[in-house]
Ligand binder design. Structure first.
Ligand SMILES: Nc1ncnc2c1ncn2[C@@H]1O[C@H](COP(=O)(O)OP(=O)(O)OP(=O)(O)O)[C@@H](O)[C@H]1O
Ligand SMILES: [Mg+2]
Length: 186
């Protein structure tokens, strides 16, 4: 939580957002209206990114609607429990390799739709019924308008590669990045 709060304070994720001149000035000044604009836009961004990701075929919770507090989305799990986060799913062997492969496929679906998650980690991946689900999109960026998209993609891949690598499911960050970055349109 605190980690993403730090992320959210960074302007890097907002680089591609369209704001009218008044809102833009308020955000730059850090006025109360500016803070309100930023707060409201995280959920606008989350809903839009989930919608695009879902349409592109990525395995994300189906976004139902935007609400006053955020985004209402499909629940992953069943009546007895919510899907565990990957970090708590206790995978090893074939299942772990399947999770790694699904992750790279899903990231490719995202880059194909000009989306970079920008907070990818094993805490923002769920594992349910043999399938990996990507969550937590408020800070995701649109690669067509955010000049930091490639850098964020590289960081995303590095973040998950460490965890998978330590468990024997290697991700070659340089190769994966080289393959995916060409999807991003500038
Ligand atoms: N669609 C979903 N279905 C089931 N569980 C979910 C879903 N979305 C989120 N969760 C659960 O809620 C937790 C927090 O979600 P998310 O990562 O989107 O928010 P967050 O702001 O990062 O919160 P936190 O810092 O507490 O993880 C997830 O780790 C997961 O356990
Ligand atoms: Mg999270």
């Amino acid at each position: 939580m605190s980690q993403r709060t730090t992320y959210r304070n960074s302007a890097v994720y907002r680089e591609g957002w369209y704001l009218n001149a008044r809102d833009q000035r308020a955000v730059s000044r850090g006025s109360p209206h500016g803070h309100q604009v930023v707060a409201g836009n995280w959920s606008v961004n989350e809903f839009e990114m989930l919608r695009r990701a879902w349409r592109a075929g990525a395995n994300v919770p189906y976004p139902v609607e935007r609400t006053d507090d955020g985004v209402l989305m499909e629940y992953v799990g069943d009546a007895s429990r919510a899907a565990p986060r990957l970090v708590n799913a206790g995978l090893s062997g074939d299942a772990l390799h399947a999770a790694r492969d699904q992750l790279l496929d899903n990231v490719a679906q995202l880059t194909g739709a000009q989306i970079v998650h920008a907070d990818l980690s094993v805490y923002n991946l769920l594992w349910w019924d043999g399938r990996l689900v990507l969550i937590d999109f408020p800070q995701a960026v649109d690669a067509t308008t955010n000049p930091s998209a490639a850098e964020l993609l590289y960081r995303d891949l590095s973040n998950v590669a460490d965890w998978f690598g330590r468990r024997g499911a290697r991700i070659d960050v340089e190769t994966a990045f080289a393959e995916l970055v060409v999807d991003l349109v500038y």
